[in-house]
Design a protein around this ligand. Sequence first.
Ligand code: SIN
Length: 276
Amino acid sequence: MDYDTLTLRPISPHLGAEVRDIDITRPLSNRQVEGLHHALGHFGVLFFRDQRFDFDSQKRFGRYFGDLDIHPNTPGPAGHPEILPIHADATTKMIAGEKWHSDVSCFQEPPLGSILHLHTVPPSGGDTLFASLGAAYDALSPRMKTYLEGLTAHHSGERNYRKRNRLNGVDDRGRVFPEADHPVVIRHPISGRRGLYVNRLFTTRINELPEEEGEALLRFLFEHCERPDFQIRFQWQPDSVAFWDNRAVLHLAIWDYYPQVRSGSRVTVKGGRIAA
Ligand code: SIN
């Protein structure tokens, strides 16, 4: 595609681009939205600087790409259920995204993407890492690709959300958390590229394999997806925004800045069933 409405600076051969000379806090033209949608499918994650989102403008930007999800564990602030606060300070016991993951892959219809805005960042640290699931798939041997064909994996929110609730003193007895089965190898709905769709935070087993075999295979796939050559690392500044495609990349938030404050908000754009 010819990105005539966008100025893009690719970050690595595998993923990521910085989008310049655009104000995403204001209404966008159809051509800008179309260009961003295509660029997201191609690069997997887009970065923007100096975007002073408030909740309304962040939600408006998200809605250009689809309806917004409400997080299954963490309610948004009053009047903004679609906003997921991302906040850490000296009282925090566990941050969001400390293990490699694709957001809420435990949903039957996992989100297309997530849009994170940070207004407050620590003096140093607090980076987010992203890894390309397409590059990870491409690097597998032909034999491994054949072996993975047709396998499905189970994803569950239970372990992660109950741990977070226990640490935060939230009583979640009686609550039921989402779970779903998805193909291990998926076809990206925008780019058509094949990619691995498993992650440490939510994927619990391979449905078609005995437990020990499935565990060993998952361990290999997690480590393979997390190889540094499929990764980029984003350094936040106040009012940076990252927009990632949850079907194309994994991400990991680094908590190396305790007890400093890192704070902002995320909206999550609904996706659909994940196809093999
Ligand atoms: C998340 O997983 O959405 C949090 C990412 C981050 O804080 O960098």
